[in-house]
Design a protein around this ligand. Structure first.
Ligand SMILES: C[S@@+](CC[C@H](N)C(=O)[O-])C[C@H]1O[C@@H](n2cnc3c(N)ncnc32)[C@H](O)[C@@H]1O
Length: 195
């Protein structure tokens, strides 16, 4: 987490594109979200703001105060109703959050974790997601070659922690837009439904 704190303190991190990810907009257009939505590792808030602008109730969580400050500032300029609730939190300890949500969005967070933490992540997400609820996950894929950056994961690696109690509904190769390259990073967009 210290690494992320330093990235925000250092200025604009490569993932802060100040607009929602095209894949998140695609999911919104397809009606693939249900309220309440939890945006895990929301960063500076653009995906959460896009969801709120489309009428969803959103809790958006990040452990880094500077990310949340930027997100709140953006949202306050828009007078959204409802506005996302930006709160400090850790994807690896959601059990005490008191949340129960219908959809979880993970835009480029899962791939920062070690194998062990990915197992823990799946349990924690499962603890706040209602039965039948969906997790939409965007992760760098094994096709991404540029360095440095987060882990690059195959579909099998991403799916491993979601074997028991989850159904993989969709897996699509896509791009994760960032400030590094005009066409973004090779990525997976995957939807898991909690059984
Ligand atoms: C690559 S950024 C993606 C931000 C945002 N979701 C987006 O797509 O613009 C990863 C985010 O995960 C956050 N993060 C780091 N560790 C986390 C954790 N344990 N739980 C939740 N979020 C975490 C970071 O602070 C950072 O904002």
């Amino acid at each position: 987490m210290r690494e992320f704190s330093a990235r925000y303190a250092g200025g604009i991190p490569p993932w802060q594109i100040d607009r929602p990810q095209p894949e998140v907009l695609r999911l919104i257009r397809q009606g693939k979200f249900q309220s309440p939505v939890l945006d895990l590792g929301c960063g500076t808030g653009d995906n959460a703001i896009a969801l709120a602008s489309s009428g969803y109730r959103v809790v958006a969580m990040d452990p880094i105060p500077e990310a949340l400050r930027r997100a709140r500032e953006k949202a306050s300029r828009l007078s959204l109703d409802p506005s996302p609730e930006f709160r400090k939190g850790n994807a690896l300890s959601l059990d005490k959050s008191g949340l129960k949500v219908a959809t979880v969005l993970d835009s480029a967070v899962f791939h920062i974790f070690s194998d062990g933490d990915q197992e823990r992540y799946a349990r924690e997400v499962g603890s706040v997601l209602a039965s039948g609820g969906r997790l939409h996950l965007l992760s760098f894929s094994e096709r991404e070659t540029r360095q440095p950056g987060p882990r690059r994961l195959t579909l099998e690696q991403i799916s491993r922690p979601f074997q028991a109690g989850w159904v993989r509904e969709e897996a699509v190769r896509c791009r994760y837009e960032d400030l590094v390259r005009a066409d973004g990073a090779h990525a997976w967009r995957i939807t898991f439904r909690k059984a």
